[in-house]
Design a binder for this molecule. Structure first.
Ligand SMILES: [Fe+2]
Ligand SMILES: [Fe+2]
Length: 161
């Protein structure tokens, strides 16, 4: 998904204050899928959300969309590690991410709802209720699949070496 220079600049302008936050920087130390860090995954979802919104002319509020996409997995732990509280990670991490986003950035209700619903349909009662929420929910799944497939391919290639 290639973005234009203008789109890249818009993402940078909107997210600059978020990216520089020291807790957000911590996401670079947690693995999300394979070799992809949680920080990289959040950037992938942000870029894909921008791309889909622009190319499909979905008319989402771009500031709300990009901030929510960037913060949607703002939980600060490694869900692969065997802590009992991480077993239900899929169900609970949207609330953890939302809480961290409120504490660090005082995000609004629209952004909170988008973060809380991004794991739908796993969190069945948390249906995405806005176009921005649907975009983040769908691009998150798309990016997770691409990241997992790429990782599998890399592992296979390394085994073959
Ligand atoms: Fe997530
Ligand atoms: Fe995600």
């Amino acid at each position: 998904m290639t973005l234009s220079t203008e789109e890249e600049q818009m993402i940078e302008d909107i997210l600059r204050a978020y990216q520089n936050n020291e807790n957000i920087q911590q996401l670079k130390h947690y693995v999300h899928h394979g070799a992809v860090t949680t920080y990289e995954h959040c950037v992938h979802v942000t870029r894909a959300s921008c791309w889909i919104n622009r190319r499909l002319h979905l008319n989402a509020d771009e500031e709300v969309l990009l901030i929510s996409a960037f913060l949607h997995d703002f939980y600060l732990y490694d869900w692969h590690k065997g802590d009992a509280s991480h077993r239900l990670h899929g169900f609970f991490h949207p609330d953890v991410a939302c809480r961290n986003a409120i504490q660090n950035f005082q995000i609004g209700e629209k952004e909170q709802a988008i973060i809380r619903s991004h794991m739908w349909p796993l969190t069945f009662l948390r249906l995405p209720m806005s176009r921005e929420a649907w975009i983040v929910c769908i691009t998150d799944k798309y990016c997770s699949i691409v990241e997992s497939v790429l990782q599998r391919r890399e592992t296979k290639n390394n085994v073959g070496k």
